[in-house]
Design a binder for this molecule. Structure first.
Ligand code: LMR
Length: 329
């Protein structure tokens, strides 16, 4: 009998999962669509580094930039299927999850500065929007900035009517669609990874981007004119698979939350610097004509685009819109 007991114990021990698992780290896949040298790319790398340090190697965050793993829509599906654990889509893509309220961030001229925007993302409104993700099995961890978007095309865009009839690539947001329609342009939804080729082949005539995206995707090589309209915001929500997150050991989850907090402070600190330095690099490249709108031109764009707020109020929620107005003064 002792012999049998021994053999049973030996068998159980060899099959026991713990010793082996304790040594191999928990792997977290973080997929995104932009270049490494962008606010989001740098933020993701920073998070991976701090996650490894704070968990003393118990967690390994693998970052897949530049749509190498998934494109815009696929990365959201992959998160819901558990194929990746972290993604940070732009706020303009949350309509794909059936959560329309995030499109509030796409409204043209709703924020005049990063300071105004942070009153929303870092305040109660930002938190309440995250709660809308929970029924989808998703947890919102943080908002990361990129910057303010400007229009580019292959013809000058000094006044709003110069975009009339132009095919403009947009992210999948109804607010962005309404914005382009207000300009009498033709909106075309397209994944980020396809924009460079589409511009090059003339499938679309122009687009809107924060400078860091225009620069790192080399779109300036296939667009001759850029006007610094800075008419809308583009930023991200870092989101995780809720089930995966809640199943993590408490100490590890706490360390990852700390790594995320540090990565968020870092990203939001460097986002503007990165866009500013990329604008300088763009100027030095001499490959694109950069126009700074006059106050009168700015007023003309605002006159056409601000009415989009009212038009979209019922879609995103008038109460939400009013509370953002109140928060940003
Ligand atoms: C875009 O599709 O233009 C952006 O959302 C890409 C990004 O992640 O910044």
């Amino acid at each position: 009998f002792r012999d049998l007991l021994f053999r049973l114990l030996a068998c159980l021990l060899s099959a026991a999962p713990f010793p082996a698992q304790a040594e191999s780290p928990i792997v977290i896949k973080f997929s995104h669509v932009v270049a490494e040298d962008t606010p989001k790319g740098l933020g993701a790398a920073f998070f991976a580094k701090r996650a490894a340090e704070l968990t003393k190697g118990q967690v390994k965050v693998e970052v897949y930039p530049n749509s190498t793993l998934y494109k815009d829509k696929e990365e959201l599906e992959a998160l819901q299927l558990g194929a990746v654990q972290v993604v940070a889509p732009s706020l303009a893509k949350f309509g794909l999850l059936g959560v329309r309220e995030f499109e509030i961030y796409d409204l043209p001229y709703i924020f005049d500065s990063y300071e105004e925007l942070h009153k929303v993302t870092l305040g109660p409104i930002g938190k309440s929007l995250f709660r809308r993700l929970e029924p989808k099995g998703i947890r919102g961890l943080a908002y990361w900035d990129n910057g303010f978007k400007s229009f580019s095309a292959n013809t000058p865009i000094h006044m709003p009517d110069e975009l009339k009839g132009k095919k403009m690539r947009i992210q999948p947001s109804k607010v962005l669609e309404a914005q382009m329609l207000a300009l009498n342009a033709i909106p075309r939804v397209m994944a980020f990874s396809e924009v460079y080729q589409a511009l090059k082949m003339g499938i679309v005539d122009g687009t809107e981007n924060p400078i860091s995206n225009l620069y790192t995707q080399k779109m300036f090589e296939v667009q001759s004119h850029l006007t610094l309209t800075e008419h809308g915001y583009l930023g991200y929500a870092v989101i995780v698979d809720k089930k995966f997150w809640e199943a993590l050991p408490t100490d590890i989850r706490g360390q990852l939350e700390m790594a995320m907090k540090e990565a968020t402070d870092y990203t939001n600190r460097i986002a503007k610097e990165k866009n500013d330095s990329d604008l300088e690099a763009l100027r030095r490249s001499g490959k694109i004509e950069i126009h700074v709108p006059t106050p009168e031109q700015r007023r003309a764009f605002k006159k056409v685009l601000v009415p989009v707020h009212k038009e979209m109020a019922s879609r995103i929620g008038d109460d939400l819109l009013q509370s953002v107005y109140r928060e940003t003064g």
